[in-house]
Design a protein around this ligand. Structure first.
Ligand SMILES: *Cc1c(COP(=O)(O)O)cnc(C)c1O
Length: 426
């Protein structure tokens, strides 16, 4: 019979570190990665037949649950009509129309095949539009693996202690100015020291790649004002938060309107999709309308568009986000309760279906606080939860995700598991 251990050994012989995305390798928690055989609804099953309640959600896309019949049927129907055309198909317009309807400033959309591609292209667009070279990002925010953005990055880069990657030339990294999330003075200082040189500020409006860190009141408003005062574009990277923290994304919660938005994850429903959206006057600098080149063989792929559309059908059903809020309250309330009971330094919070679990007495409000968690204790807690059949993202600096098909009893089972895991990992 297949085992995770033998499959991992086999994978390591042909794949770098046995994986195709670094965070999957369990380096931050130790032990053997689980090889997933199948997924349905709120559950994953590994090759040993063990079932897990899934709080990874493929790192964000699976907000409607795994293998939802509506999505699977849409993919099957699309697949029978051809896998890729390299010419326009109407599903691209349909998905773009849905995005434009929900994000008021978005008049044009360009689809890509990943979040990485969308943030890379958004930067190029901002530079092409403003004629400036410098960009501002925040320490601990993650925007995919584009060279300019792998500077003080979050997510896996952070979990491995290499937030700035080898292989990024200094001449490239030099143009990435790094500010501190929730510290507006750190941004103002960069605008002062680089007058008329900053093309854009890119930010996760609700930061989800240094674990979950909420923007403090006034922070995003102040960013908007600084960008306006200095003629720079504000880019909200909503690859994670879009359609997850609210139907209209983080911008619906904070009432700040960015110039450009990047999407991914949920809009592909589990297929590879990314997108950039914004007003026509900026977006039409992209080729073929303007001089900023952007293209992709599989961009707007019909199967991926079909999966995204079907997923957006599901999240548009009445009560979907109310249900997510209720699940989040139940889960976070329960986790905070067992932590208090156990006298453990553990806390949790959520915004929509995006959640954070921290080995800290209360949720962090900045990057520095996220770095003070007891990593050894997290490893013990993580594996105790895995043994209990609860699959969390394998790192203390990752947020976690749930779906509209998690049930109250899944949540209650998770809280009970956390109670035992806390005791076992104290
Ligand atoms: C996941 C993520 C990306 C990168 O998306 P990929 O599809 O993995 O390339 C970019 N930005 C944010 C905020 C993300 O969470």
């Amino acid at each position: 019979m297949a085992s995770n251990t033998t499959e991992f050994a086999r994978a390591c012989r042909v794949l770098v570190g046995g994986v195709n995305s670094a965070v999957r390798a369990f380096r931050a928690v130790g032990g053997t990665p689980r090889f997933i055989d199948r997924a349905e609804g709120a559950y994953l099953w590994d090759v040993e037949g063990k079932r897990y309640i899934d709080y990874l959600g493929s790192w964000g896309p699976m907000i409607a649950g795994h293998a939802h019949p509506h999505v699977v049927e849409a993919v099957e129907r699309a697949a029978r009509r051809g896998l890729s055309f390299g010419a326009p198909n109407v599903l691209e317009s349909e998905l773009a129309e849905r995005i434009c309807a929900l994000f008021a400033q978005v008049e044009r959309v360009r689809f890509t095949s990943s979040g990485t591609e969308s943030t890379m292209s958004a930067l190029r667009l901002a530079r092409g539009f403003t004629g400036r070279d410098e960009i501002v990002k925040f320490e601990g925010c993650y925007h995919g693996t584009g060279d300019s953005l792998l500077v003080k990055a979050g997510s896996g880069a952070l979990a491995f202690g290499t937030p700035s990657s080898a292989g990024v030339p200094d001449s490239v990294a030099r143009h990435t100015l790094v500010a501190t999330f929730n510290d507006i003075d750190s941004v103002a200082e960069l605008f002062d020291t680089h007058p008329n040189a900053i093309a854009c500020v890119i930010v996760e409006p609700i930061a989800g790649n240094m674990n979950l860190v909420m923007p403090q009141p006034g922070f995003l408003e102040a960013l908007r004002k600084l960008c306006d005062d200095h003629g720079a574009l504000l880019i909200f990277d909503e690859v994670m938060s879009g359609f997850r923290v609210a139907h209209g994304g983080a911008q619906a919660r904070c009432d700040v309107v960015p110039d450009l938005v990047t999407f991914g994850k949920v809009i592909g429903g589990g297929m590879p999709v990314g997108a950039i959206g914004g007003p026509a006057r900026i977006m039409e600098r992209f080729s073929p309308m303007g001089p900023v080149y952007q293209a992709g063989t599989l961009s707007g792929n019909p199967i991926a568009m079909a999966a995204g559309l079907a997923t957006l059908d599901l999240v548009a059903q009445p009560g979907f986000y109310e249900r997510l809020e209720a699940l989040g309250e139940r889960l976070v309330g329960g986790l905070n309760h067992v932590a208090r009971e156990a006298g453990a330094a553990l806390s949790a919070q959520h915004v929509g279906a995006l959640a954070g679990l921290y080995l800290l007495p209360s949720p962090p409000t900045d990057f520095a606080q996220t770095q003070t968690q007891d990593v050894e204790r997290f490893k013990r807690f993580y594996h105790a939860m895995l043994d209990e059949g609860v699959y969390l993202p394998p790192s203390p600096v990752e947020a976690f995700f749930f779906s509209g098909v998690h049930t109250d009893s899944d949540i209650d089972a998770t809280i009970a598991a956390a109670r035992r895991a806390l005791a076992a990992s104290a």
